[in-house]
Design a protein around this ligand. Structure first.
Ligand code: FAD
Length: 434
């Protein structure tokens, strides 16, 4: 079979791929020049929706409602949009081999694609308990959440196990959002994680205490300091219980596992330089191989603000890195220069009626301010991180758009923190003055 050639090829059909396609269109890509190859059966969509409104009982968030770029207030790119622009969407196609020397990708069915310029946008995959050999971890109704197919299976299980028992393994982003979604669906929810508090990669103990308190009020049980070491299942192979390391056994009709992810860089192993588990790029998302770019979750890039190479697994960076790469590609074709990527880390999450945003870096000392009583009618609280006397990171729960803008500015400007007691007292006022 003859290889199909494209001037530009995007490998992956997720958030970064969608935003890159839009940027190519803005830059005047010609019909037939660009293709997006995706393992998924649908056009690029805003992945964060899968752990939020997609799982609500009313089931209102469905495609085509959340195709990119609605998540950032942009135009919704329906499959027809790609056709109109002459961009080929090659769906349900998994690439199993990449050869950067011959500029060729090969699919599972043996189709070959060649390119002049490649953007790697393969994102991450979930870490599975079966990867660690956890006994019984391949039972039915043990779910992971990364792609829309996973979400559809989970929705079907939620409907089949009405008022049943759910165990969430993991206390990170996915654990917290899924714990809330299953509770909203009236399941009896228990969360289990080994750390002393939830989301320790970002939350301080003070921040976490609020969310754990709030979840308890919503009827979610939390078991900390232990892990799932095995699962029981019935004659049909359906999970019935989760066995914990501390000896406890929890009945379960549904188990959701959120124990982290891993960037999908294996196809390029030994062909591009890697760093910190991802594909190393510069501030234009160029890899070590000319004509090959990497964006989104899979890229380890220079975070200029902190003089450090980082990998960021968040949607805002997926969008912005994709746009930066395409701008860089176009600029190099036209012999122009563009500014290096200058990213301010931004993460957010929503669960129940809660909504938080974080900007900057979570290093150094911290202060906690505001009303962090989980029983308050409208809690609003936050934290600052202080390093070398400067405020370098800011977190806010329950902020308005203006207030969130103010904490973003603090993280970018990095003003002197001054006296920490005074900073705690001032709280949000400090940010609003900057
Ligand atoms: C359930 C969930 C909720 C999230 N919620 C938030 C949130 O609230 N806030 C936040 O900031 N971030 C959130 N994230 C993270 C965010 O979605 C990711 O950082 C973002 O999607 C990364 O974009 P990407 O394009 O790099 O990867 P992805 O969006 O994962 O896209 C990768 C694409 O590549 C395809 N692919 C991979 N390998 C191959 C191959 N070999 N052949 C063909 N196709 C391939 C995949 O099928 C997929 O379509 C969430 C992630 C998940 C899974």
């Amino acid at each position: 079979m003859a290889a199909k050639h494209f001037k530009y090829l995007i490998l992956g059909g997720g958030v970064a791929a969608g935003y890159a396609a839009r940027e190519f269109a803005k830059q005047g890509v010609k019909p037939g020049e660009l293709a997006v190859i995706s393992k998924e059966a649908v056009a690029p969509y805003e992945r964060p929706a899968l752990s939020k409104a997609y799982l609500f009982p009313q089931g209102t968030a469905r495609l085509p409602g959340f195709h990119v770029c609605v998540g950032s207030g942009g135009e919704r790119l329906l499959p027809e949009w790609y056709t109109e622009k002459g961009i080929e969407l090659i769906l349900s196609t998994e690439i199993v081999k990449a050869d950067v020397a011959s500029k060729t990708l090969t699919s599972a069915s043996g189709a070959a694609f060649t390119y002049d310029i490649l953007i790697i946008a393969t994102g991450s995959t979930v870490i599975r308990l079966s990867d660690f050999g956890v006994q019984g971890a391949d039972a039915n109704n043990i779910f992971y959440l990364r792609e829309i197919d996973d979400a559809d299976k989970l929705v079907a299980a939620i409907q089949a196990k009405k008022n049943g028992k759910a165990v969430i393994v993991g206390g990170g982003y996915i654990g917290l959002e899924l714990g809330a979604a299953l509770r909203i669906n009236n399941l009896d929810v228990t969360m289990v994680y080994p750390e002393p508090w939830c989301m320790p990669r970002l939350f301080t103990s003070g921040i976490a205490a609020f969310y754990e308190g709030y979840y308890a009020i919503k009827g979610i049980k939390i078991i900390k300091g232990t892990v799932a070491v095995g699962f029981d299942s019935n004659a049909n192979g359906d999970v019935t219980a989760v066995k914990l390391k501390d000896g406890r056994v929890l009945d379960a009709d549904i188990v959701v596992v959120g124990v982290g992810g891993r960037p999908l860089a294996a196809l390029f192993k030994g062909q591009v330089v890697e760093e910190k588990g991802g594909i190393k790029t510069d501030g234009f998302f160029r890899t070590s191989v000319p004509g090959v770019y990497a964006v989104g979750d899979v890229a380890t890039f220079p975070l200029k603000l902190y003089y450090e190479m980082r990998r960021v697994e968040h949607v805002d960076h997926a969008r912005k890195s994709a746009e930066q790469a395409v701008k860089a590609i176009k600029a190099s074709e036209e012999g122009k220069d563009i500014e290096e990527y200058d990213y301010l880390p931004y993460f957010y999450s929503r669960a129940f009626d809660l909504s938080w945003q974080f900007y900057g870096d979570n290093v150094g000392d911290t202060v906690l301010f505001g009303d962090n009583n989980p029983a308050s009618a409208k809690p609003k609280f936050g934290s600052y991180w202080i390093k070398d006397g400067k405020v370098v990171g800011a977190f806010l729960e329950g902020g308005s758009a203006e207030e969130n803008k103010a904490i973003a500015k603090v993280a970018k400007v990095q003003p002197p923190a001054g006296d920490l007691e005074q900073l705690t007292k001032e709280g949000l006022t400090f940010a609003c003055k900057i």
